[in-house]
Each structure stands twice: as structure tokens, then as C-alpha cells.
Design a protein around this ligand. Structure first.
Ligand code: AMP
Length: 216
């Protein structure tokens, strides 16, 4: 199964994409996570991407398309995957469609986790990430057991640099300009489903599971 989870920054798409991947035994592919690990490792791609990420801009399409194209050809992806954070632009979606059709494959579904802008900035302020293992938390919706400490690896939790309020507003603008058009793009293909991301995490997840099961 091949699923794309769409949503504004802070809509909860990462949380949901991770849960869906576990539920259906396929890898969770988060392009944001991959880029952050390249940045931590100090690779050339990481250095190039960091300049954009820190400013709240999108990383260039060619880099992202190559990165995802390589990732989805890895062995663990034979049964499918849940894509989180890709595609994020129309050119990415078009390139992805070509990559899939060259293999005679297609997407099973695209799920948009919808949250109004008014909720986003407040939500982002509560997000925390573990610098060591990348686990994510939210002070209100998914707090760690012990303050500022990762449940998984005991690493320190911090606010992601690009989750600072100033950068969040920029990311939201970028989302509306470059990513939101994908809703129409996939709507026209008849594979888009929208879930209300303001509901409780488990309720949103339950709804997504229903959608995925119906699509398979
Ligand atoms: P995320 O963790 O999905 O919010 O991604 C963090 C940042 O990585 C984004 O704000 C972008 O700068 C960059 N990024 C992640 N995925 C993509 C993509 N598909 N296209 C362009 N930039 C991306």
C-alpha cells in the first residue's frame, strides 16, 4: 500500500503517518526526518538543505525527488510505504506520479489532515523533538513521561529551530502557496480524503485507518 499524508506544518501528519505505518507494517518515510538526519551527519545534502529549512523555505524539488526516488526503491518498500512530507509541490507530485507509473504502480490514497491556521501557531509552540533519536512530543497532546526528557532514549527534548513562531508563520505561507494546491491535484484524481485534524489523536487515527482499509 502506498499512502501519502498531507497537512500544514503542525497539523499532526507526522504523528498520524507514523501510527499508520506501524498499523499496516510498512515503513514511515518522513522527508523532514531524513533531511534532519543528513544535517546531523553533516553530509553535503544536509548542508544544502539546512539553508532552506532554517529559513522556513522548501528544499529544491530536484533534491527531494532524487532523495525519495532512491528511498522508495529500497528493499523495505516492496509492500509499500507511508509518505510524510512528500510531495510538497506540484512538480514533486508530477515527478512522483511518473516514477510510480514507470513501475506500473500507483498511489492507493492521499489523506489530508486538516487543521485551521488559527490553531497551528499555538500547536507548534508545544511541539518538542528529541535531538538524539528524533522522537516527537507535544506538551499538551502527547507529553513525555518526564519533563524535557525523551521516553525512548532519555535524550533532551527541545523546540525544533524551524518551529520558532517567526519561522512557523513563514512555513504556513509556504504551505498555502506551494503545498495546498496538491489538495486539488489529488482531488481531481479521485484519491483524496480529508480528516479533521482538530479531533483527538486516536480519533483522527481511527478515521485514517478506516479510509486506508477501504482503499486497499
Ligand atoms: P517536516 O519535518 O516535514 O515539517 O519538514 C521540515 C522541513 O524540511 C520543511 O519545512 C522543508 O524545509 C523541508 N522539507 C521536508 N520535506 C520536503 C519536501 N518534500 N520538499 C521540500 N522541502 C521539504
Amino acid at each position: 500500500m502506498k499512502i501519502v499524508v498531507l497537512g500544514a506544518p503542525g497539523a499532526g501528519k507526522g504523528t498520524q503517518a507514523k501510527k499508520v505505518a506501524i498499523r499496516f507494517y510498512v515503513p514511515h518515510i518522513s522527508t523532514g526526518d531524513i533531511l534532519r538526519s543528513y544535517i546531523q551527519e553533516g553530509t553535503e545534502i544536509g548542508k544544502r538543505a539546512k539553508k532552506y529549512i532554517d529559513k522556513g523555505f522548501l528544499v529544491p524539488d530536484d533534491l527531494m525527488i532524487n532523495l525519495v526516488s532512491e528511498r522508495i526503491h529500497e528493499k523495505d518498500c516492496v509492500e509499500g510505504y507511508v509518505l510524510d512530507g512528500f510531495p510538497r509541490t506540484i512538480p514533486q507530485a508530477e515527478a512522483f506520479e511518473k516514477i510510480l507509473s514507470a513501475k506500473g504502480a500507483k498511489l492507493d490514497g492521499v489523506i489530508n489532515v486538516a487543521v485551521p491556521d488559527e490553531d497551528i501557531v499555538g500547536r507548534m509552540a508545544g511541539r518538542r523533538v528529541c535531538l538524539a533519536c528524533g522522537a516527537t512530543y507535544h506538551l499538551a497532546f502527547m507529553p513525555p513521561g518526564k519533563k524535557d526528557t525523551c521516553d525512548v532514549c532519555k535524550g533532551n527534548l527541545t523546540l525544533r529551530e524551524d518551529d520558532e513562531p517567526q519561522t512557523v508563520l513563514k512555513r504556513l505561507r509556504v504551505y498555502h502557496q506551494q503545498t495546498e494546491p496538491l489538495i486539488t491535484f489529488y482531488g481531481k484524481r479521485g484519491i483524496l480524503q480529508v480528516v479533521d485534524g482538530t479531533e483527538d489523536i486516536q480519533d483522527v487515527f481511527g478515521r485514517i485507518v478506516e479510509i486506508v482499509e477501504a482503499a486497499l
